[in-house]
Design a protein around this ligand. Sequence first.
Ligand code: SF4
Length: 384
Amino acid sequence: MTANLLDFDLEGLAVFCERLGEKRFRATQLFRWIHQKGASQFDEMSDLAKSLREKLKTTAHVQAPGIITQHISSDGTIKWLFDVGAGDAVEAVFIPEDDRGTLCISSQAGCAVGCRFCSTGHQGFSRNLTAGEIIAQLWFAEHFLRKHLNTPERVISNVVMMGMGEPLQNYAALVQALRVMLDDHAYGLSRRRVTVSTSGVVPMMDRLGADCPVALAVSLHAPNDALRDNLVPLNRKYPIAELLDACKRYLAFAPRDFITFEYCMLDGVNDTPQHAAELVKLVRQEPGNWCKFNLIPFNPFPASGLTRSPQATVLAFAKVLSDAGIVTTIRKTRGDDIDAACGQLAGDVKDRTGVQKRITIQRTVMLKPVVEIAPSGQGDVVNG
Ligand code: SF4
């Protein structure tokens, strides 16, 4: 079996080149061809010696997981379902905006955390993605979009690790993939433009701060332990006080001087003015504007038994936070017509048998828009 070069960061590729009897600097050339130019055929790599290209043909390949489906929303959001083998599939979503292009990436097939409002959580955990499978989502999307939009310029300016899975429960692969995203010989993304979203794996938050401090978003969703224990079961292990302490420690390393708290608005569950006031009290224990809130309209799915808070409730909740001087945004949802919005990722993969069937049937429609429906004007992508 040959090596998939998407599995390597630059150092790993240098070691691979040395094993082939090549100088380490060849790895930089190879890395640029793969990640900056999207090359997957060694014959395209014209500044590599022919002898090296021949060696690579017998020892290596460059390949992302196959695409099962591609859905393009009327608002320009694109969702891909990747086949990662054995009936598992993961999703990535591209969200175009005027001043940026954001890719939401998955880190695991399924998720073990089991948040009540998340369809991935209801699916259960299957396995961790490899670093190569994580970076392949960016590699595929970036180079597909350049061709699709007919531009040589970079299309994806921001990456959010908010797709399927809890990134900090797949730490080693996550950090390797982050390093490729940040590497100037690959995507050269700034730390401020790469965000890891966590449900609160406290020890790994500290490690991320030390190893690869990118922007951090924390899925809070409740102002007290009793409620959060119910919505985010990981809270029983790392309760709110410990989580907030970890957030404050992370600030010393963070590329931005704040932590973003994600808060999914659930009708009658966590969305009253009293809950908002409790949140204010919680974060005001620490002085300064060290956090922001992002209120997320819930995207209902039948198994959750939960419903979306009415808009007036969300606005009233936001007002309590804003009046207390806390920067608060309400997430616009995007891609509703293709189920690309928050908590909807994995809706397509709950039935693993069904996935297998679709893999067979839908390969024939690979890379064609499958759904094109009227604008919804809503939706961001993000599970956590
Ligand atoms: S919200 Fe995030 S951490 Fe929670 S179950 Fe969904 S994917 Fe896992």
